[in-house]
Every structure is written in structure tokens, then in C-alpha cells.
Ligand binder design. Sequence first.
Ligand code: GDP
Ligand code: MG
Length: 164
Amino acid sequence: SKPIVAIVGRPNVGKSTLFNVLAGEKISIVKDTPGVTRDRIYADCTWLNHHFTLIDTGGIEPDSSDIILSQMREQAQIAIDTADVIIFITDVRQGLQDADSKVADMLRRSGKPVILAVNKVDSFAKFMADVYEFYNLGIGDPVPVSASSRLGIGDLLDEVVKHF
Ligand code: GDP
Ligand code: MG
């Protein structure tokens, strides 16, 4: 059967925006309110003759005891367990957060291949210098992308399909 690719990261980093770009249609709800995607959402995707199933998740807020946020964390963990490859998204505008490091630890424990996407790099000239700090996650080379401006998407998918 087709490989499964899960998109994970903190709320509001742009998971659903990226999901919609990769799915080629607007399936997932994008909102400024963090954590709006509460269920896992699936789409069939193709890149360079590779077919895969993509899963959007509600997001992971590692330390929260809030019931909804902890349910989202559980759903994300199920997606991680199901996935063959994980796209871990962070936000260059917010910079590297403590919660990103905790998500990175969760992902390392999964033993799955992880592609680190640094989103909201809407201008490479303006934001590229801020991408380098994400090397500190120790999870590999950060791939700069802008989901909303559709920049870096091909490079990201090239990295994903290498693991199929
Ligand atoms: P999620 O909670 O991780 O699913 O994040 P969403 O996809 O719902 O996006 C959260 C907010 O970030 C929305 O206001 C999006 O329009 C915005 N956003 C997503 N991708 C980008 C991007 O590449 N650049 C910028 N500037 N904003 C983005
Ligand atoms: Mg979402």
C-alpha cells in the first residue's frame, strides 16, 4: 500500500496550509486560531510518480494540560505511529521554541525519518539567516518553505520521497 506522510508541529506553524498546497485543494481548515485542526485529515498525493497518503494533524503543544490540546497531542502521536515519513514544521517568524525541541524529542523516539521544514520563509533574502538556528534541533538540515507563497515545496517533497 501507499506510504503515509504525517505533518506535525506546534499549532499555528502552517501545517494545514502546507497540507492544502500538497493536496492541491482546500480540505483542511486554515485559521489564525491555534489548534483549529482537531481531527486527522487525509489526502492522496503524488510527487514525481510517487504516490502517498498525507495526514494533517491538529498540532502538538507538548506541555499543555488543556483537554483539547492533550487530545490533539494524542491524535498527533497516532499519526506519528502510523506514518512512514514525518514532515516536522516549525515557524521562522516565531523562531525556535522550547516546544519545538520537545516535539523533536517525540519524533526522535519514534525512530521514523523526519524532514524538518521551516515555514513562513516568504522571502529567502529576508528570512534565510533565521533558518540556521533550527539546526539546533539536531534533526537534520532545515528545509526553508513558504506554504502560503508556495516556495520550497518541490525541494521539501524531494526530501520526503527519498525515504519511500
Ligand atoms: P496550523 O495550525 O499549523 O495548521 O496552521 P495553519 O495552516 O492554520 O496556519 C496558521 C496561520 O499561519 C494562518 O494565518 C496562515 O495563513 C499562516 N501561514 C501559513 N503558512 C504561512 C506562510 O508560509 N507564510 C506566512 N506568512 N503565513 C503562513
Ligand atoms: Mg491546522
